[in-house]
Every structure is written in structure tokens, then in C-alpha cells.
Design a protein around this ligand. Structure first.
Ligand SMILES: Nc1ncnc2c1ncn2[C@@H]1O[C@H](COP(=O)(O)OP(=O)(O)OP(=O)(O)O)[C@@H](O)[C@H]1O
Ligand SMILES: [Mg+2]
Length: 258
């Protein structure tokens, strides 16, 4: 493992009943990069990231964060190591407002006469400051999430992850449900986070998104790693070829694998 590597996964295997979701998968995330994770439906992308986030326990394999071997038994372990994940289905609380969603699980409270109260104003003030810092345009932290568009909900999920002060951010299909304008806003936010020093893994089916903002792209197929391409040295066709035909195309096209 090199110095600029913040996460290393080695030989990850996971079987669900008769389905081998991951077979001996390796992954390296470099410091301050955006790594795209791509592959067809059921390739194992979400499962691999849930293993890193402690939401799925692997059958075999090792995980290193900043060179230290770690065991992720649950998302709390991953958070301790500075990892946050935004799930494919976002997992927001629709009946709560923006501020309550941003501070889920780490609410500010105060105790008065033995009773515990939420510090709502503080959460709204800090929530608003966080949205400002991230350049997220949402009119009020008092808006209910269920009334928001897909893009706004995605932004709230980002704000919640960033608010947890993570250093490593996993995003599962962040642009999947978004229109062109909203997707661009989200991608700008992601590059802004990289500029602030975060290391990011972005799962996506939209290859052009990775080519626009990513540094490297890793391909999974049938639960197996097919290789990693440097975005600056590959084309859309190279990535699509690797997704469809697998690692056999590496020798065919003399691609540079990073
Ligand atoms: N909790 C689970 N129980 C049983 N099987 C599962 C579970 N999670 C994933 N799988 C199976 O593991 C395989 C990989 O699923 P995964 O969700 O990781 O794919 P993916 O690459 O994220 O796909 P998509 O692009 O559709 O989100 C699939 O065959 C899926 O059905
Ligand atoms: Mg998935």
C-alpha cells in the first residue's frame, strides 16, 4: 500500500445464499481522488461499498484505512474511521425537516430540570451554515424533505454525510434520479468536496459523469474486479468495453490500467 492510499480492500468475498455477489475483489482509494465504481446491475457495486461501510459483513477479505488493518462490524465502526456513505435509496426521514435530517443520530440536546430538549435553533443555524458552505441552494432548513425534489434530497443526504466530518465519502448512484441541471450541480458539489481534501468513491451507471469529474474508474462485472482505468487516459468506449467484455479487453486495447 502506497502513502497516498487512504483505503485498501483486499480479497473481499461475499455470498448471499447461492449468489456470489463479490469474488476476491481488491480496491484502492487514493487520497483526495474521486474514484468511479461502475458496472452493470447486480455487478456487486453497492455490496462492495456496504462492506467498506460495515453494513454488510464479508465472508473473507481485509480492509485497511490509512495503512491500519480495520474491522468494520457496523456503520458506527466505519464512521469512527472517518467514512460516510450515502445510500442508493438515500434513507432520509421524509416526515422530518432538512435540519433534523442533517443532524440525525447526532442531535444537539440540552437538559433542563432533568428533561432533555432538542436544540432546534442551533441545528437550524448550523444546518444553514453547512448548506451555505457547500453551496447548496435550499431555501430553508425548515422544509420537509418529503416536499423536496430528487436533487434537493440528494443534496440533503450529502450535507448530512459531510456534516459528520467524514474524510472518505461513498456515494451510491448520486445522480441516478436527477435531471441534467441537478446532476451538474451535484457533480460540482462532489468536485468541491475533493478540493476540500475528501477522498470519494462514486458508484454510477452514468459513465460520462465519472469521465467528467473522476480521476480513476474501477469496473466490476459479475462480482469480480475487471481493472482500474485512469480517466485522463481512457475514453467512454474503453470503459463500456470493460463493463461488457471484462478484463479480456485489457490486452486487446493495450490500455493503461492505474
Ligand atoms: N441483502 C441481500 N440479500 C441477498 N442478495 C443480495 C443482497 N444484496 C445484494 N444481493 C445480490 O448481490 C448481487 C449484487 O448486488 P448489488 O446490489 O451489490 O449490485 P449493484 O452492482 O449495486 O447493482 P445496481 O446497479 O442494480 O444497484 C445481486 O445479485 C443482488 O441480488
Ligand atoms: Mg447498487
Amino acid at each position: 500500500m502506497t502513502d497516498d492510499c487512504v483505503v485498501e480492500m483486499r480479497g473481499i468475498c461475499k455470498k448471499f445464499g447461492g449468489v456470489q455477489a463479490l469474488s476476491n475483489v481488491d480496491l484502492e482509494l487514493r487520497r483526495g481522488e474521486i474514484l468511479g465504481l461502475v458496472g452493470d446491475n447486480a455487478a456487486g457495486k453497492s455490496t462492495l461499498m456496504k462492506v467498506l461501510y460495515g453494513a454488510v459483513l464479508p465472508d473473507a477479505g481485509e480492509i485497511y484505512v490509512e495503512g491500519q488493518k480495520v474491522t468494520m462490524r457496523n456503520p458506527g465502526d466505519a464512521q469512527t474511521h472517518g467514512i460516510a456513505m450515502i445510500y442508493q435509496d438515500l434513507a432520509l426521514f421524509n416526515n422530518l425537516d432538512v435540519a433534523a435530517n442533517i443532524f440525525t443520530g447526532r442531535e444537539y440536546t440540552k437538559t433542563l430540570l432533568g428533561l432533555s430538549f432538542l436544540q432546534k435553533k442551533r441545528m437550524h443555524d448550523e444546518g444553514e451554515a453547512l448548506l451555505d458552505r457547500l453551496g447548496i441552494n435550499i431555501a430553508s432548513t425548515r422544509l420537509l424533505v418529503e416536499r423536496m425534489s430528487g436533487g434537493q434530497r440528494q443534496m440533503v443526504a450529502c450535507a448530512r454525510a459531510i456534516g459528520s466530518k467524514c474524510r472518505i465519502l461513498i456515494m451510491d448512484e448520486p445522480t441516478a434520479a436527477l435531471g441534467v441541471k441537478e446532476a451538474n450541480t451535484l457533480l460540482n458539489l462532489v468536485t468541491g468536496l475533493r478540493a476540500q481534501g475528501l477522498s470519494i468513491i462514486m458508484i454510477t451507471q452514468r459513465i460520462p459523469d465519472v469521465l467528467a469529474v473522476g480521476d480513476r474508474v474501477m469496473v466490476l462485472k459479475g462480482g469480480e474486479g475487471q481493472g482500474v482505468l485512469e480517466v485522463s487516459q481512457c475514453t467512454l468506449d474503453n470503459v463500456v468495453d470493460l463493463i461488457i467484455k471484462g478484463r479480456g479487453v485489457q490486452e486487446l486495447n493495450h490500455l493503461s490500467f492505474g
